[in-house]
Design a protein around this ligand. Structure first.
Ligand SMILES: [Zn+2]
Length: 85
């Protein structure tokens, strides 16, 4: 049985643990958060104003990526952290 290790609390849980399944909406939200941060990081290279501008498209791209990759996301049953496996 495959074990997944949480990157936050370092505890293992089974990949078949139904508590760990993430809905597409939740994965999209998690992806959007990462995407917004990523977009801002890229934008900051071009200046503070483009850092803000990069947040929105980053969130959209990240949200879409999360939506389509929902089966690759898991929620840790110990600390509720959502992360990509
Ligand atoms: Zn955890």
């Amino acid at each position: 049985m495959a074990q997944i290790k949480c990157p936050k609390c370092k505890r293992n849980f089974s990949s078949n643990n139904t508590e760990s399944f993430v809905t597409r909406g939740a994965a999209a939200a998690a992806g959007a958060g990462v995407g917004a941060w990523f977009g801002a990081e890229i934008g900051i290279v071009g200046g503070p104003a483009s850092g803000i501008a990069g947040t929105v498209p980053g969130a959209i791209v990240g949200g879409l990526a999360g939506w389509f990759a929902a089966d690759q996301f898991r929620r840790c049953p110990h600390c509720a952290r959502i992360f990509k496996t």
